[in-house]
Design a protein. Structure first.
Length: 133
């Protein structure tokens, strides 16, 4: 992955999600603060992957409507970020130097249709932006 900015991380994570690359998704997800040891971190990531897989496959999951719309529009082509305003793609809750941001995503389908994707909240920890599930 390239630059660690909220928009890059959000777009990359949603792209991995739609491609079914759940291990890569897990790399970009914020690990709970209480996971300290390598085993706890590994377990937390594995739980995260399971949760994501369930969410993607359940017809009542958080992505079911979006996945249905993508299918109706011939599949997904790419993910892009919707700029928050003229100065910034991401919305920073406590300023660009702060640790909270969110990015609005658009899913571009193969037939050219653009779907409002998801609103992705992110947190900066140890200097890196991560998606907050």
């Amino acid at each position: 992955s390239g630059a660690n900015t909220p928009e890059v991380v959000a777009v990359e994570t949603m792209t991995y999600l739609l491609e079914g690359k759940y291990e890569k998704v897990a790399e970009n997800v914020l690990i709970p603060v209480d996971a300290k040891t390598e085993d706890e971190i590994k377990e937390s990531k594995e739980k995260g992957i399971e949760t994501i897989k369930e969410g993607m496959s359940s017809k009542y999951g958080p992505y079911s409507d979006l996945l249905e719309q993508i299918e109706e529009n011939k599949g997904f082509k790419k993910v892009k970020a919707k700029p928050y305003n003229e100065e910034s793609i991401a919305y920073y809750a406590n300023g660009p130097e702060g640790d909270r941001a969110s990015v609005d995503l658009i899913i571009v389908c193969k037939n050219g249709e653009e779907l409002d994707g998801k609103y992705i909240p992110l947190r900066k920890r140890d200097g890196k932006w991560k998606v907050k599930l």
